[in-house]
Design a protein around this ligand. Structure first.
Ligand SMILES: *Cc1c(COP(=O)(O)O)cnc(C)c1O
Length: 365
């Protein structure tokens, strides 16, 4: 946005958009992150010049010199947010201002150029508006937006790059986990940690994911769906999953989630659920929870439910947790009443069915 509040993004429409019949077929059963819309946003950054050449353009390959810094030193950050169709027509984004702020914080941690929040917001609004026909209609589906930024300076010296590319792509998505209400099984990694104090745990960067994949592969080998990481120092407290935050529900109706302390990604879904739970009169604690306590509480029945949450996974019940020497089922292994209620409260706001008391929806059109 320039000083007059006008768009700084030029629009170059795709000359070869997907024919409507093919698009409709894709939207029927999009899966997660396999299908992509016709356009993307790109904005360039050059030191001394600032952000420039912003456009909405046809989705295309990115030309990169083989020495491009991101390919060697992984200066990369990303975001994930969704646009939802509204019952009365039109569409809205859920808390994109929170994504803009987190993206800026991630940039600072990775020594990258911070994108102004207004440009972030303008970019996601512009892409949803241009590709509005790509928002699926089915309950539980949405248009997932993936803003990301990479270091594009072509050189091999190790330093923060002087040039960056910011890009947004869009993907119509259904649910992240196949199988609906059945709980997922978690593997507690003993060999790997996700993030250490002083590291990049609270930045949304690709490097965190690269470092989590061996642990995730171990979880799959153990017959589990997802890995759950313990803290790096004591190897005792539950932190989060590879890409989702975690909540516990107790027999007295209270809920608990690990506190943000630099090693956990500050999820916007996590934050929203804390607010919604308190609205519903539920006691919420942000306190450490040890794996030993988890095992004891699952066995005694004090722990009645557990769930994972994030933009992609929404709210997913955790049915079981396994380690090298134990296996525990939580409640009856499926979605419990508190999980179900919180999920519905969130989805009702996101899909425009409930009053948006916190002003979380931003209408796009
Ligand atoms: C993105 C992400 C989450 C969830 O954040 P949301 O804002 O709720 O989508 C949780 N953990 C990790 C590691 C993430 O990258």
């Amino acid at each position: 946005m320039n000083k007059e509040g006008q768009s700084t993004l030029s629009i170059e429409k795709s000359l070869i958009p997907l024919p409507p019949a093919e698009r409709s077929a894709l939207l029927q059963n999009p899966g997660f992150g396999r299908a992509f819309s016709d356009h993307m946003v790109t904005i360039r950054y050059t030191e001394g010049r600032g952000w420039h050449d912003g456009k909405v353009e046809a989705r295309a390959n990115l030309p990169l010199d083989p020495s491009t810094m991101v390919l060697h030193y992984a200066q990369e950050i990303f975001e994930g947010l969704k646009a939802y169709r509204l019952p009365q027509g039109g569409a809205a984004l859920f808390r994109p201002d929170a994504n803009a702020r987190r993206f800026r914080n991630s940039a600072v941690r990775l020594a990258m150029a911070p994108l102004p929040d207004e440009l972030f917001l303008e970019s996601v609004h512009a892409l949803v508006s241009e590709d509005r026909d790509w928002i699926p209609e089915a309950e539980g589906s949405a248009l997932y937006l993936r803003p990301f930024m990479v270091a594009t300076e072509a050189a091999l010296g190790v330093k923060p790059a002087s040039e960056y590319l910011y890009c947004v792509i869009a993907s119509p998505v259904g649910s992240y986990f196949k199988g609906g209400a059945a709980g997922v099984t978690l593997w507690v990694s003993e060999n790997y940690i996700r993030a250490a104090p002083g590291g990049t745990g609270e930045a949304k960067c690709g490097g965190n994911y690269a470092a989590s994949l061996a642990a995730q592969a171990e979880a799959i080998r153990q017959g589990c769906d997802q890995v759950v990481f313990l803290d790096a120092v004591e190897r005792k407290y539950v932190e989060e999953l590879g890409g989702m935050n975690v909540f516990f529900v107790f027999e007295d109706g209270s809920i608990q989630t690990p506190p943000l302390g630099g090693t956990i990604l500050p999820g916007i879904t996590r934050d929203s659920l804390i607010v919604l739970a308190r609205d519903l009169g539920i006691t919420v604690r942000e306190e450490p929870y040890s794996i030993d306590q988890w095992r004891a509480d699952a066995a005694s029945g004090r722990l009645t439910e557990a769930f994972a949450c994030g933009t992609a996974a929404v709210v997913t019940p955790i049915g079981k947790v396994k380690g090298s020497s134990f296996e525990a089922t939580i409640g009856d292994g499926g979605a419990g009443p508190v999980t179900t209620k919180l999920k519905a409260a969130l989805l009702d706001i996101q899909n425009g069915r409930a009053e948006d008391r916190h002003g979380w929806l931003q209408r796009v059109f």
